[in-house]
Design a protein around this ligand. Structure first.
Ligand code: GLN
Length: 511
């Protein structure tokens, strides 16, 4: 049961061949078998995708879904299917920690819109997944509760910041998960764990109840093992929400229809642009080999493949690492020791400022502090024009590169990441090396358009998963889904198609 796609699980649950309770139990057992304790104390003996598992809540939701199905009324296409939630989404019945000590003991008073929509559609939340603290990072090592491990190789990172969500899907602990993508945190972990990850067009999935990191970049999206599953989840959570001021009031692109059409059809007439700037030096040869193979497959499917140049993409990383920390330095000001969770040194003697300072000192990790300092500096009067203002200009140039490229291409493609999953510990002392993991994913966040990552086999040099990134214009998410689904179907019939769920025998038998 843990290896079936969400679409197939839903079909069996709705046909009453199996109950949602049975499916939920199977996933809870899998979590028990491979995840280790939620504080990460199992070390290398656990995937540690989850920070919190709510077995009772999940089984109650599953029972409710089974009841609704038994009553024979209309149910949503994913009713009864379990789902994991990145722990920066607010939930009333589970803690929300953002993998930070500063939120110790905080219980959100409301559900994020996406969580409320999942519940209303009868999905079954299993628990909250690990992330880099406040979604700042590319490896999930910045979690205050210990790293998540890549199910393909437990000595490697699962990517980040949403390593927990992608790893839970890759390990068969959840058929579906939600993540958030500010600079790549859904697509990049998707790529290195061999799963699908989608960053929808900015503003098309409500951010209400997503703890803000960089508000002009943050976007919630689905993690899954197939393109169709991602589309099904996308349709449940997407669409206008009056609680989010940046929510786009337009119909959601027909992503499920596109995924189905892609899986059935070819790509005749689709113009695919290969972004010249997103390959070459610094890219792992095995990643480029897998990517080149993928592009060949797109051509064989009938797509017209052309080279395109997006010269301003070379500014994307530096622009992002000014804009994202600037917005973060403002957003994180709310963690003031008064309103949420942790409060340190409140002895009746110390001033508010002292308590705030002691609390932040103890509650924030090193990377979060680094971002707050960089952002505060970039926004200060003496640096604003030279740093923040410049970054915003670079952002405009990147938007123009996309606009020009989409005049001649329907979608753009690149590798999702320059390398496969790196070793735990390898980049923790080198922030710049860590930042490079999001080289290919950041442009779409800066421009706000849609982008996804779909597995494109394994790298011949280390046998680890590689992701193909497909980018589409804003509000044309369906195009990316169509191309990815066609590619996925073609690939799954090749003899070297990688298994969907890696073997975790050592863990499975020790427990
Ligand atoms: N790795 C990037 C960062 O550290 C992106 C994170 C994200 O998308 N949340 O900011």
């Amino acid at each position: 049961m843990i290896s079936l796609d969400a679409a197939e699980l839903a079909r069996r649950i709705h046909a009453r061949e199996v109950s949602s309770v049975e499916v939920t139990r199977a996933h809870l057992q899998r979590i028990e078998a491979v995840d280790g304790p939620s504080d990460g104390s199992a070390g290398p003996d656990g995937v540690h995708a989850f920070l919190h598992v709510d077995a009772d809540g999940a089984l109650a939701a599953a029972e409710a879904a089974d009841r609704a199905i038994a009553e024979g009324g209309p149910v949503s296409p994913l009713a009864g299917v379990p789902v994991a939630l990145k722990d920066n989404l607010t939930t009333t019945d589970m803690p929300t920690t953002c993998a930070s000590r500063i939120l110790d003991g905080w219980r959100p008073p409301y559900d994020a819109t996406v969580v409320a929509r999942l519940r209303a559609a009868g999905l079954v939340p299993l628990g909250k997944t690990n992330l880099d603290e406040f979604a700042m990072g590319s490896s999930t090592e910045n979690s205050a509760f210990g790293p998540t491990r890549n199910p393909w190789d437990l000595t490697r990172v699962p990517g980040g910041s949403g390593g927990g969500s992608s790893a839970s899907v890759a390990a068969g602990e959840a058929p579906l998960a939600l993540g958030s993508d500010t600079g790549g945190s859904i697509r990049q972990p998707g790529a290195v764990t061999g799963t699908v990850g989608v960053k929808p067009t900015y503003g098309t999935v409500s951010r209400y109840g997503l703890v803000a990191f960089s508000s002009s970049l943050d976007q919630i999206g689905p993690c899954a093992r197939s393109v169709l599953d991602a589309a099904l989840l996308h349709e449940v959570v997407g669409g206008h929400d009056r609680c989010d001021q940046t929510s786009v009031n337009a119909p959601l692109p027909p992503v499920v229809e596109a995924a189905l059409a892609g899986a059935r059809g070819d790509l005749a007439g689709v113009r695919v642009g290969v972004v010249g700037e997103l390959s070459g030096e610094g890219y792992q040869p095995g990643v480029l080999a897998a990517f080149t193979d993928a592009v060949r497959t797109l051509g064989e499917l009938g797509a017209e493949v052309v080279e395109v140049s997006c010269p301003s993409f070379s500014y994307a990383l530096p622009a992002y690492y000014l804009i994202a920390p600037s917005e973060a330095s403002s957003n994180l000001a709310r963690f003031d020791a008064m309103r949420y969770g942790l409060r340190v040194g409140d002895d009746g003697e110390r001033s508010t400022d002292e308590v705030m300072s002691l609390t932040r000192e103890a509650g924030f990790g090193a990377e979060v502090k680094r971002r707050i300092m960089i952002g505060t500096h970039a926004l200060s009067a003496g640096s604003y024009d030279a740093l923040y203002g410049k970054a915003q200009k670079a952002r405009t140039l990147i938007v123009r590169d996309f606009t020009a490229a989409f005049e001649t291409c329907d979608v753009l493609v690149s590798p999702t990441t320059p390398t496969t999953a790196f070793a735990i510990g390898e980049r923790v002392d080198d922030p710049l090396a860590m930042y490079l993991a999001d080289l290919c994913t950041i442009p779409a966040n800066l421009a706000g358009n849609a982008a996804l990552s779909v597995p494109c086999g394994t790298s011949p040099d280390d046998g680890l998963p590689v992701g193909l990134q497909v980018m589409a214009p804003a509000l044309a998410d369906d195009r990316a889904y169509r191309v990815a689904a066609a590619y996925e179907t073609a690939r799954s019939s090749t003899p070297d198609a990688a298994p969907r769920i890696p073997e975790l025998r050592a863990l499975e038998t020790t427990r």
